[in-house]
Write a protein that binds this ligand. Structure first.
Ligand code: CP3
Length: 356
């Protein structure tokens, strides 16, 4: 990529249309980026990934991580790039060794007691966070000036589900059980994650991120009172702390599966944007947009695998439903590996050309 953006991190930033809906302005056509836009569906990602060795080696190589972040920008010209890393960088930096086993997803040595919690080293996270921030710095130099850069981390609840379960699960039973059995002990883990995640995201902003997204992929597994304590409260604490340090930074929350609790999530946390999963009805997305928030979403990633007229039809429905509102076009969840890259091109063209 040509480094044509050297002025971009100076005092006056160039115009980045992605940021408009987050700052209160509706745009037609809406800005577009896709969760997991860098990844295995792209042959150039698979090649770089192979060069890096392991998945975490890729995350901890600023040069290669920046390269895979740029790949989908070169192909599709999305309005925003998202830093290439993973939500499990935080437990890894805390000293809970994280492994990615081929074809199996992440593995961690589970933490289920306060005693095991005491072994984590919040003070030692700086070194690994600094490597990720170096990727952010490189990206702000190498991205086109008009492309926004999104920094991210996992929300405390979702990261905790992996730390406690030691791997992904369909019901997050281990974390939910600890939270019921010993809420005070579990709260210590959540509080630690709030604190280090704020430092991590603050470092990303200082390094050049234009906006932040907090991924709460497992927000939907909690009953409402637990949702308030483990999803809303920690997110609000993070938003408050980040806004105190960086008053202008837009923050998007992604409480996946939150359903009828999403409106409360928006008003109680103070996020500037909310990302909606595929199951959120379009009429509910429209209502959310009345809450002084940008609404992101929510195409089914499987439609991007299917392509064709079914894809076009749904894209048009989403655009029509969100027309005139503060909308950011995205999927309801990440791109999956079987996605044909040409379907992504078709989607971008449809959103950019068909919305007028
Ligand atoms: O969106 C992007 O392009 C930025 C990079 C990004 C990755 N993971 C890269 C990745 C982001 C934002 C994430 C977030 C993430 N990671 C979440 C939250 C979003 C969601 O999907 O719900 C979660 C839960 C994780 C944890 C995680 N990382 C799992 C469960 C897995 C294994 C599943 C899988 O898809 O293989 C990962 C690995 C991972 N993270 C890959 C990528 C591109 C695939 C690894 C590979 O190349 O082999």
């Amino acid at each position: 990529m040509v480094a044509n953006a050297h002025a971009s991190h100076s005092t006056s930033s160039p115009y980045r249309r992605f940021l408009d809906p987050l700052k209160g302005k509706e745009l037609t056509p809406p800005p577009i980026w896709l969760m997991r836009q860098a990844g295995r569906y792209l042959p150039e990602y698979r090649a770089t990934r192979e060069q890096a060795g392991g998945f975490l080696d890729l995350c901890y190589s600023p040069r290669l991580a920046a390269e895979v972040t740029l790949q989908p920008i070169r192909r599709y010209g999305f309005d925003a790039a998202i830093l290439f890393a993973d939500i499990l960088i935080v437990p890894d930096a805390l000293g809970q060794s994280v492994r990615f086993e081929v074809g199996e997803g992440p593995r961690l040595d589970p933490i289920t007691t306060e005693k095991e919690l005491a072994r984590l080293r919040p003070d030692a996270t700086g070194k690994k966070f600094a490597i990720i921030c170096e990727t952010v710095q490189r990206l702000r130099q190498d991205l086109p000036a008009e492309t926004a850069l999104i920094g991210f981390c996992g929300a405390p609840w979702t990261v905790a589900t992996y730390m406690v379960g030691g791997q992904g699960s369909t019901d997050q039973a281990d974390a939910r059980s600890w939270a019921y059995r010993d809420p005070d002990g579990f709260q210590k883990l959540i509080d630690m994650l709030v604190e280090v995640s704020v430092d991590y995201l603050s470092g990303q902003v200082k390094a050049g991120a234009d906006a932040l997204q907090i991924f709460d992929s497992w927000a939907g597994s909690l009953p409402d009172n637990e949702f308030a304590r483990w999803v809303i409260d920690p997110t609000r604490a993070m938003v408050e702390a980040l806004k105190a340090r960086h008053p202008e930074i837009p923050i998007i929350g992604f409480p996946r599966g939150a359903g009828a609790s999403t409106a409360e999530f928006v008003t109680a946390t103070g996020v500037d944007g909310v990302s909606c999963d595929t199951a959120m009805p379009l009429c509910a997305m429209r209502e959310l947009a009345e809450l002084d928030v940008a609404v992101q979403g929510n195409l089914d990633p499987l439609l991007l695998v299917a392509g064709g007229e079914a894809l076009d039809r749904r894209v048009d429905e989403i655009l029509a439903a969100m027309k005139g509102r503060r909308h950011i076009f995205n999927l309801g969840h990440g791109i999956t590996p079987p996605t044909p890259p040409e379907n992504v091109a078709r989607l971008v063209e449809r959103v950019r050309g068909g919305a007028g």
